[in-house]
Design a protein around this ligand. Structure first.
Ligand code: HEM
Length: 409
């Protein structure tokens, strides 16, 4: 092929993910693609071509359609990162986020009651106390600036998970460190596999200790209600616990960090929330829409031919659903690039859609609401302590976020 033909092909299927121009907005090419056909061809890092869906309606249609599978070993499944192959290479390590029904719903349903909205509400008083301690400590130390990532948005989700699992403080660093490696594209597949194996080893020991001596935590409940009666094996419980750890950690940290960044840089948001704290739940939905931290979207493969408006997706073809593009779709959210805490953003796609829609969404929202409320109360007039351009945005991590958030008040 001559150069011109190659260039033509590249232009037809641009590389994905595309680079951002503004650190708080999705790449502008996504908006251009959204204005076009229902799905466009893009090229992934490994040279493979997949479909990219960028409209709100299109993302919902695919995620709500059983003719698309979440099983990584399915033909054509998009390998979004170098490490996506790990799950494919070791299917026994897959958790239910990578399964279809009925396997998926059999396992997910064992956890539903622990993650209901009212169970998340039960966590609120515990969180308030925890946050009072943490921010009280930061303020009392009298040192400014403080880094709200190290000081708040990493430890809060990590403590919440440790509480759920009944794991001691001494193991939190280990869990935080290993979970962070699993979602960072900066690590090699070997490093990620090693971190996953170490985490699984730790979880297996935890499960076995609960089998021997159950307590009142979530793992003990699963052992008593599901493992003992033979409905769930230890081999299935370990990846389930890993999923909760990994899915609940980095995501919440990233979303909370970017939400606090908005609070520190957008006086309109801080004013609106200071005047009326009851606006918080609405503002958190809008912050989820606006930041859409699952930045590279979700992967699926078609198991049958599917007509998506003007595009036919053939069986065995991969599809990537851009949650961030769908969340900036002007047909659903007028003036989509404006962060408006008064907007009703509940139709956002930040937690996905369909059978895999985030199980931890209520817990995540309560955590983020409480972190914002605590910062508003304890650090009045919170603002960035460094120029915006110096912030360390984490482009390499599957949940987009910040390495540090130095603030003063
Ligand atoms: C699934 C986002 C917090 C547990 C998902 C999915 C998204 C998502 C987009 C769908 C994945 C797919 O369809 O392939 C987020 C965001 C969070 C967050 C943005 C924070 C702001 C949490 C927390 C937990 C959690 C705190 C639990 C402790 C899960 C689980 C699944 C999931 C278990 C798999 C559900 C299934 O396959 O049925 N999350 N998540 N997430 N999330 Fe979250």
């Amino acid at each position: 092929q001559n150069d011109a033909a190659l260039r033509g092909e590249r232009a037809a299927a641009p590389s994905y993910p595309m680079p951002r121009v503004s650190p708080v907005d999705p790449p502008p090419q996504l908006a251009a693609l959204r204005a076009g056909r229902a799905a466009s061809r893009v090229t992934l890092w490994d040279g493979s071509e997949v479909w990219l869906v960028t409209s709100h309606a299109g993302v919902r249609a695919v995620l709500g359609d059983r003719r698309f599978t979440a099983v990584t070993s399915a033909p054509g499944f998009p390998m979004l990162t170098r490490t996506s192959q790990l799950v494919r290479a070791a299917p026994h390590t897959a958790s239910f986020i990578r399964m279809d029904d009925p396997d998926h719903s059999r396992l997910r349903s064992m956890l539903t009651r622990d993650f209901l909205a009212r169970r998340a509400e039960d966590m609120r008083p515990v969180l308030r106390e925890l946050l009072d301690d943490m921010l009280g400590g930061l303020v009392a130390a009298g040192e400014k600036p403080v880094d709200l990532v190290a000081g708040l948005t990493i430890p809060v989700p990590s403590r919440v998970i440790a509480l759920l699992f009944g794991v001691g403080e001494d193991r939190r660093d280990f869990i935080e460190g290993r979970s962070a490696i699993l979602i960072d594209r900066g690590y090699t597949p070997d490093q990620v596999a090693a971190a996953r194996d170490e985490l699984d080893g730790f979880l297996r020991e935890l499960v076995e200790s609960r089998v021997a001596d159950p307590g009142t935590d979530l793992v003990s409940r699963l052992v008593t209600d599901q493992v003992r009666p033979g409905r769930l094996s230890v081999e299935e419980l370990v990846p389930m616990c890993r999923l909760l750890l990994v899915a609940g950690h980095g995501t919440t940290t990233s979303q909370a960090s970017l939400s606090l960044l908005s609070l520190a840089t957008d006086p309109g948001l801080a004013d609106a929330l200071t005047k009326d704290e009851s606006l918080l739940p609405k503002a958190v939905e809008e912050l989820l829409r606006f930041h859409s931290i699952v930045q590279n979207g979700l992967a699926r493969a078609a198991i049958e031919d599917v007509q998506l408006d003007d595009v036919t997706i053939k069986a065995g073809e991969g599809v990537v659903l851009s949650l961030s593009a769908g969340n900036r779709d002007e047909r659903v959210f007028p003036a989509p690039d404006t962060l408006d805490p008064h907007r009703d953003a509940r139709r956002h796609l930040a937690f996905g859609h369909g059978i895999h829609q985030c199980l931890g969404q209520w817990l995540a929202k309560v955590e983020i609401e409480e972190m914002l409320a605590a910062v508003l109360r304890r650090l009045p007039g919170v603002r960035l302590a460094v120029p915006f351009e110096e912030l360390d945005f984490r482009h390499e991590v599957s949940s987009y976020g910040l390495g540090a958030l130095p603030v003063t008040w």
